[in-house]
Design a protein around this ligand. Sequence first.
Ligand code: ZN
Length: 339
Amino acid sequence: MITTTVAGSLPKPSWLAEPEVLWAPWRLEGEGLIEGQRDAALAWIKIQEDAGIDIVSDGEQFRKHFVHGFLETIEGIDWRRMTTMGIRNDRYDAQVPTVTAAISRPGPVHGDGAKFCRARTNRQFKITLPGPMTICDTIADVHYGSRPEMAMAFAAVLNQEARELDALGVDVIQFDEPAFNAFMDQVPTWGVDALNRAIEGLNCKTAVHICYGYGIKANIDWKQGLGAEWRQYEEFFPALNDSKIDQVSLECANSKVPLSVLGLLKDKEILVGAIDVATDVIETPEAVAATLRAALEFVAPERLIACTNCGMAPLSREVAEGKLKALGAGAALLRAELH
Ligand code: ZN
């Protein structure tokens, strides 16, 4: 009861990439890079285990960007044709490659990293993939001409990847869909269909992470304009509850999401974000327990998994480690209370 996990990314060590910078270039290359990524993942697995995290992640140490890291080897994408595109409904600009032909996956993307980690922890192991709608919102397209159609094509290659990760013994595969929060009206019409296609035939647990983004300035400014109560989730949670996904991850720490919206996800396990990733202030275990306790009004304890609001990649290692410890300790407090 009240198990713990993380949303996904964790900071890169300074010898692997420049710290506290999102999507920083690698400081190693070739074989040295692979060795560095493995060592970094191993360090984070140990830190998560020590902090009492039940379902651990590789911290996304094997990829630079949570969307483009998956796309790098996908065929049909032209990386010389970079476009500046307003993403997440024009919230901020990003440099994105272009889809110029039907996409296909020539081979495994995250398989090696997952195999390495799977063999080195006895805890449940989780891996994240970008969701189809978010991929479509982080890439330019001159081939498909329709986002719903392109999303189904990406869902098919994501499904190939996910089936292989499932067969390697990965316990949870999470699809990151921050775009769900930018295109609320499109989630019920095609976002959920693409997500269902991506998880077809999987035996492991499946999750979707929706969020208000990393603690970068564009997101902080956007949140300030969202009003006193963030009710975006209401618009598509009914469709999400009808989807085949097992778990939904969302932010609840220092968030203006009214917890009552969790009542719309009665058939799902909820990853309740109890760690704010937009501040360096480390939560106390009591504060974590209080956030989780508040969610219990709408989520039965057996469906509640304590989590971080979002990835912690932009934070310093020390802050991220402190927050992991607070998360583990806060969940333990609540467990003790419920016994
Ligand atoms: Zn997030």
